[in-house]
Design a protein around this ligand. Structure first.
Ligand code: PGA
Length: 257
């Protein structure tokens, strides 16, 4: 279960959100993997708090960034490089989020470079894909998502592909209160797994595919029941300890072993 805090929280509220999650994690050993993606300024503190919560526990909190640059370092004012994230203890990074595509012109060509840089430093890329409303209405959603998956991940070898997490986030469902139905989500997850199989063969069966887009405790049950829905990438509901841990509990009940 991954929480994308986006451009929310401040130093105080980020620390208390992280504290709440760390406490919950300590009290619930063996919970499903928890990934949190705070804004850049709060990553260092989040890593420290996650490390404290992890002591003696088998499922520590994975701290992720929300973005990175494709180059390792250099004259790129305002950007953050993967080696910086690595040096802090950040273990994953969201790439290709629809907000990055929409507002910052992120393309699958750039995302594929980011994915390679992340993998080169042993960070887990959380690759987001998903169609816009008009693309679904035109019946092009499978085609659009196929092109995204192949554009960003198509060049990876099997062992690299196995380290990627994919998130399907229909753009029309992000932050809108509209959610894909469990059937719409499952059929797209099944489709994505098929595309991953074309790239990496049997390794596709092991790749976590998360659903994202207005997912919250009240609608998660149906979504997580889908065979190919391995968890969630959560925006709004990840800003509340109660909602986010509620989602972790639901996932644990449905997916936990
Ligand atoms: P949302 O965001 O849960 O607020 O819809 C999901 C996301 O963009 O990752």
């Amino acid at each position: 279960m991954a929480g994308n805090w986006k451009m929310n929280t401040d130093a105080g509220s980020a620390a208390s959100l992280m504290q709440g999650l760390a406490e919950w994690s300590k009290e619930n050993p063996g919970h499903v993997t928890m990934i949190v993606a705070p804004p850049f300024p709060f990553l260092a503190e989040a890593v420290k708090m996650a490390a404290r919560a992890a002591q003696g526990q088998e499922t520590p909190i994975v701290v992720a960034a929300q973005n990175c640059h494709q180059e390792e370092h250099g004259a790129f004012t305002g950007e953050v490089g993967v080696p910086m994230l690595k040096s802090l203890g950040v273990r994953a990074c969201i790439v290709g989020h629809s907000e990055r595509r929409q507002y910052y012109g992120e393309t699958d060509a750039v995302v594929s470079l980011k994915v390679r840089t992340l993998l080169g430093h042993d960070l887990i890329p959380i690759y987001c894909c998903g169609e816009k409303r008009e693309e679904r209405e035109a019946g092009r959603h499978f085609e659009v998502v196929s092109a995204q998956v192949h554009g960003a991940l198509g060049q990876l070898g099997t062992s690299d592909l196995a380290k990627v997490v994919v998130a399907y986030e229909p753009v029309w469902a992000i932050g809108t209160g509209l959610t894909a139905t469990p059937e719409q989500a499952q059929e797209m997850h099944d489709h994505i797994r098929g595309e991953l199989r074309k790239i990496g063969g049997e390794v596709a069966a092991e790749i976590p595919i998360l659903y994202g887009g207005s997912c919250k405790p009240s609608n998660a049950e149906g979504l997580f029941a889908g065979r190919d829905i391995d968890g969630g990438l959560i925006g709004g509901a990840s800003l509340s300890v109660e909602d986010f841990t509620g989602l972790l509990r639901i996932a644990q009940r449905i997916k936990g072993t």
